[in-house]
Design a protein around this ligand. Structure first.
Ligand code: ZN
Length: 72
């Protein structure tokens, strides 16, 4: 399940961008991910469970900068 967040999540690893349908790994965040901008634009979601597998199941694609292996 994806839950909208309006500030930087604490204790979560993965953050989805509902606008681009991409998922970011906050443990490997790069400036190019623009996570601050995603949150400010209110496009951020977290996942439950907090796993890449869950994000992928909800059709979020891997960010090329912090995860890689995009499938599109
Ligand atoms: Zn990223």
């Amino acid at each position: 399940m994806a839950t909208p967040v309006y500030s930087r999540p604490v204790g979560k690893r993965y953050l989805g961008n509902t606008n681009e349908m991409e998922v970011h790994d906050l443990s490997n965040e790069r400036s190019a991910c623009q996570v601050g901008e995603i949150i400010a634009a209110r496009h951020a979601v977290t996942f439950s469970p907090d796993t890449l597998q869950q994000a992928r199941a909800e059709r979020y694609d891997n960010c090329a900068h912090c995860i890689g292996g995009s499938t599109r």
